[in-house]
Design a binder for this molecule. Structure first.
Ligand SMILES: [Ca+2]
Ligand SMILES: [Ca+2]
Length: 590
């Protein structure tokens, strides 16, 4: 059960109103009547705008799967626009939409053939402009994906580049001679298997591709390439996008001397020798480009944000992404995402590391995305998955960080891989079946309601099947159930907006040696209550002795704000605080 104490939730402070912002003010005109929004917005609004990405909740939308507006079975821009009220009501501040550019769809949009257009499958530029302006009315920002490492092989730049060795765009890509007949220039491997070099008979040279052969890498050492890509970013900034999520940025540069990568023991899933991508990943030149991209973002008002996808292996590498506050504001933290087990010590250590990163950068956490199996089953134990889904929601939404949700996690969507090879859409799954079933399982249509295709599409067929779990796990059904995963997300997201400590408060880890329970205090000195978060990551109840006097807490018990399951009045006494199996407690302490 989830408990929210209505007395506290009905408290309307000036701060809460400001934090609620336009989005929710639109939904609750009564609140506007209580305190005039215009009379209180200016001073603090300035502050909030300066730091919008530090207190925002970002929501990733996989556009093929969110909402289909025209019955062709594929999600589209107008579909997203039609669901903005839903996102607003949920409490989302920004949406990141994965690529919608024209694309041959070899890698479902991560092979771009035009950086300044919308693929007709998803709509038109006018539809995009409508989405941005409608989102703005609800105080929701729109973040685009940027795919700078490579283009599609159908991009006109590559068509030109491959046409002759003397073409002006030849040097926009990485072309090299082979070592000899049938021998690629070196041993570099593609992320998706086999040699990273593709022979092109027209000019008798090889081109480099870190990903599929249909995704030739751009040559970021060429200033003309940089200018073209930065101009593409400017094109979208001018249309009002709030920032970019930069795909695969650590792969922007390769060793110009083509050193072979070191070989390791064993083979990978594609049957190739294991190697370290030493000479094609994380070269120092990457940071020069990130600084340039940040300057491009800085040409526009409104504190545009850069988010990076970079699978950084440790905190040192992750910290480099921030630069000196002149590179990425929000580097996605893959270490947190990929703990892959419920472990209080592991999460405590990682949260602590990022919290104390030497760049003082803002942490950016997520658990699921379009490349990762969904958290419902990845962290679930097969029995208590719904309880654990709420635990993971609290773990995502209560630390001092900018959280990134993935569409559908709020209703407990699970990974549903294709049952037959014939149904596989993701090329990885086609190559690797049945060992590797690809990423279709985490990209299935959004589960809105119990109607046809779960409300995703009126078409006869959807591009991926709607999972059977949609009958039970969907927005409509769960919104009528106070104990649902969806209701839990809504309550925690709402609490973030009303409790300053959850948005801006410091982050203090408590009971640090506990092997099962993660306990955290969020606190702003002299401003509102402190918030105690207790997450039991084990299947057994645990009793904890909290002594918070040194943290300036005078009361001897915590007042529950959200708890799942509900706790009895004795349970929240700080001296012997009892948290049930997989229990979540979020409470106020003074
Ligand atoms: Ca459609
Ligand atoms: Ca590259």
């Amino acid at each position: 059960m989830i408990t929210i104490f209505s007395k506290r939730m009905s408290r309307v402070s000036v701060f809460a109103l400001l934090a609620l912002g336009l989005c929710r003010a639109l939904l609750f005109p009564l609140v506007q009547q209580t305190v005039s929004a215009t009379s209180v917005r200016p001073t603090v609004q300035q502050n909030l705008d300066d730091l919008w990405w530090k207190h925002a909740v970002i929501y990733e939308i996989y556009p093929r799967s969110f909402q289909d507006s025209n019955g062709d079975g594929v999600g589209d821009l107008n579909g997203i626009t039609s669901r903005l009220d839903y996102l607003c009501d949920l409490g989302i501040d920004a949406i990141w939409i994965t690529p919608m550019y024209p694309s041959p769809l070899v890698d479902f949009g991560y092979d771009v053939s035009d950086y300044t257009a919308i693929d007709p499958l998803y709509g038109t530029l006018e539809d995009f402009d409508t989405l941005v302006s409608e989102a703005k009315k609800r105080d929701i920002r729109v973040i685009m994906d940027s795919v700078p490492n490579h283009t599609a092989d159908q991009h006109p730049w590559f068509t030109e580049s491959r046409s002759s060795r003397t073409n002006p765009k030849r040097d926009w890509y990485i072309w090299r001679d082979g070592k000899g007949p049938g021998q690629p220039p070196n041993n570099w491997q593609s992320w998706f298997g086999h040699s990273a070099w593709q022979f092109d008979p027209a000019t008798n040279q090889y081109y480099y591709h870190h990903f599929y052969k249909e995704q030739p890498d751009l040559n970021w050492r060429n200033p003309k390439v940089r200018k073209a890509m930065y101009d593409a970013m400017r094109f979208w900034f001018k249309r009002g996008v709030a920032g970019f999520r930069l795909d695969a940025v650590s792969r922007l540069f390769e060793d110009p001397n083509l050193h072979d990568d070191p070989i390791l023991a064993g083979q990978n899933a594609y049957g190739d020798p294991n190697i370290v991508h030493k000479y094609t990943d994380n070269l120092p030149e990457v940071h020069e480009v990130l600084r340039e991209m940040r300057r491009v973002a800085g040409e526009f008002p409104g504190d545009r944000v850069l988010i990076s996808e970079a699978d950084e292996p440790n905190i040192t590498e992750l910290t480099k992404m921030y630069g000196r506050n002149d590179e990425i504001q929000l580097p996605m933290d893959f270490q947190m995402a990929d703990v892959n087990k419920l472990s209080a010590p592991d999460f405590r250590r990682l949260l602590d590391e990022v919290e104390n990163n030497t760049a003082a950068g803002q942490p950016h956490y997520f658990f699921s995305n379009h490349d990762q199996a969904r958290q419902w089953d990845r962290y679930g134990d097969g029995v208590h998955n719904d309880e654990i889904a709420k635990l993971m929601a609290a773990l995502l939404l209560t630390p001092r960080a900018t959280p990134l949700m993935y569409y559908g996690e709020e209703v407990g969507m699970r990974t549903t891989p294709p049952a037959r090879k014939a149904d596989v859409q993701d090329p990885i799954g086609k190559i690797g079946w049945p060992t590797e079933k690809g990423r279709d399982g985490e990209r299935t249509p959004m589960q809105w309601d119990k109607t046809k295709n779960a409300g995703f599409s009126s078409g006869e067929r959807t591009w991926l099947p709607v999972p059977p779990s949609a009958a039970e796990y969907n927005v409509e059904s769960e919104s009528h159930d106070q104990n649902s995963i969806f209701s839990f997300y809504k309550k925690v997201l709402a609490l973030r907006k009303t409790e300053p400590a959850l948005q801006y408060g410091s982050y203090v880890e408590l009971d640090r040696d506990n092997p099962f329970v993660l306990s955290v205090l969020r606190k702003i000195d002299g401003k509102g209550d402190s918030i105690l978060v207790v997450l039991n990551m084990s299947a057994m109840p645990h009793t904890i002795k909290f002594d918070l006097a040194s943290n300036g807490i005078k009361e001897s018990f915590a007042k529950p704000l959200i708890a799942a399951p509900q706790l009895g009045p004795d349970a929240t006494v700080l001296a012997h605080f009892t948290i049930p199996a997989f229990g979540v407690f979020i409470g106020a302490v003074d």
